[in-house]
Design a protein around this ligand. Structure first.
Ligand code: GDP
Ligand code: IMO
Ligand code: MG
Length: 430
């Protein structure tokens, strides 16, 4: 049984929490794209873990965790995350497997990410996480990238870094007026990372095939979300990879014929970090109210998240792209105490109603939301353990999501803790 769990909105939907919850049953958990731009939070009692690169299944003892070929890895950062887990008594030896084909975030990628953002006009800024993600994927596509396997081979690494720096140093010094890199030093630093990571690096797609052949349960953990997808998101205000369902196959080397289900994670409202159009964004005061009640601050950069109402145009677009079998709806508790909730059922563009998400960013910028007002609920629902025990209006809200999207809700979440998750579909793993 192999399940893909991915974000249906602009990231931070609670994927880490859902993956951790589902990992109690899974055998293998795989990250297939993105890098340490992701920040996945798992809360266990009074302990909070934020994972950026290592799959969120790692908190369950003995779980195999794979960082697939589609992920971009900052090895210095990865070693820090490994040390953080080790300090918390979480063992990695024998459990962590890193694809030899995954591309490496080099120091010049991080610098170029920052310099490009700094030099951009307000309109041109993406609001990236400055982790070097875009420049690393750019090099991968330009066939100038460094793979994890290269960190174990001095001759290849030296050749690649020298070739890459010839152009990069010109750009960094002449165009941006910043200080360039010395190839020898970069190679030395990255060979040292390779030596430390060697025992974890290997062929992960064969490992996954073997697990699938033995009928193991494999979970694919998306990072970011559908609206940040480089093909289907709000381009250019997106990340540089494919968080959408197909990305799990290319980013892990796993056949689509072996994927059984795709689960979309959505907040009961919407948030986004960084720049770009956001049709259901709330006015300033309400935005701040939600930021407070939902603790909406980025898990990676600490930036305040922009908050908005639930957007069904987005959710239906995400369903069209990913073919969700079911949805996990998170942060329902955050809506408690509101008299009325807005749900966006269409966009208005120059007097016309749009039901499909527009591909043209100029059109999207002009869209305004067409809202349906629904009744809220007063009750605190943090301790609710079954769908039946939810207040009537909360049930109606969940049912409305299913009705409007055409996707059943298999899980909902009423607080950050692992225990505050409710499965409504007993056949989830079947
Ligand atoms: P991810 O990137 O999709 O894994 O999500 P993040 O971890 O970046 O952001 C989700 C935030 O919401 C984290 O702080 C979680 O602890 C928190 N969270 C997840 N589910 C719930 C929920 O049902 N209720 C509340 N109140 N918080 C939640
Ligand atoms: P998780 O996995 C929310 C956003 C950045 C920026 C855009 C491009 O925690 O949901 P990048 O550094 O990727 O080039 O930035 O994407 N972004 C995220 N927003 N959650 C994330 O990850 C994100 N990862 C990137 O804010 O708008
Ligand atoms: Mg996050």
């Amino acid at each position: 049984m192999n399940l893909v769990v991915l974000g249906a909105q602009w990231g931070d939907e609670g994927k880490g929490k859902i993956i951790d919850f589902m990992s109690s049953v899974a055998d293998v958990v795989v990250r297939y794209q993105g890098g340490n731009n992701a920040g996945h939070t798992v809360v266990l009692g009074d302990k909070k873990y934020v994972l950026h690169l290592i799959p969120s299944g790692i908190l369950h003892e003995g779980r195999s965790c794979v960082i697939g070929n589609g992920v971009v890895i900052d090895p210095g950062y990865l070693l820090e995350e490994m040390a953080y887990l080790a300090k918390n008594g979480i063992g990695l030896d024998g459990n962590l497997h890193i694809s030899e084909n995954a591309h490496v975030i080099m120091p010049y990628h991080k610098l170029l990410d920052r310099l490009a953002e700094e030099k951009s006009s307000k309109k041109g800024k993406i609001g990236t996480t400055s982790r070097g993600i875009g420049p690393c994927y750019t090099d991968k596509a330009a066939r100038l990238g460094v793979k994890m396997a290269d960190l174990l081979d001095k001759a290849t690494l030296t050749e690649k870094v020298k070739a890459s720096l010839e152009v990069k140093n010109y750009l960094i010094t002449k165009y941006y007026g910043a200080k360039g890199f010395e190839a020898g030093q970069v190679v030395k630093e990255y060979l040292a990372y390779g030596a430390k990571l060697k025992k974890y690096i290997g062929n992960t797609y064969v490992l996954l095939q073997r697990a699938a052949a033995k009928n193991k349960k494999i979970l694919f953990e998306g990072a970011q979300g559908t609206m940040l997808d480089v093909d289907f998101g709000t381009y250019p205000y997106v990340t540089s990879s494919n968080p959408t369902a197909g990305g799990a196959c290319t980013g892990a080397g796993f056949s689509p014929s072996l994927i059984d289900k795709v689960i979309g994670v959505t907040k009961a409202y919407t948030t986004r970090v960084g720049e770009g159009p956001f049709t259901t964004e709330m006015p300033v005061e309400l935005n701040e109210d939600f930021r407070g009640r939902g603790n909406e601050f980025g898990a990676t950069t600490g930036r305040p998240r922009r908050c908005g109402w639930l957007d069904m145009v987005v959710l239906k677009h995400a369903h069209a792209v990913n073919g969700f079998h079911s949805l996990a709806v998170t942060k329902l508790d955050v809506l408690s105490g509101l008299n009325e909730l807005m749900v966006c059922e269409a966009y208005r563009y120059r007097g016309k109603k749009l039901y499909d998400f527009p591909a043209n960013i100029g059109v999207l910028r002009e869209c305004t939301p067409v809202y349906r007002a629904v009744k809220g609920w007063k009750e605190n629902i943090c301790d609710v353990k079954t769908y039946v025990k939810l207040p009537g209006n909360t049930k109606r809200y969940i049912d409305m999501i299913t009705g409007m999207s055409g996707v059943p809700v298999s899980m909902f979440s009423v607080g950050p803790d692992r225990d505050q998750t409710v499965i409504t579909d007993k056949g989830l793993w079947k």
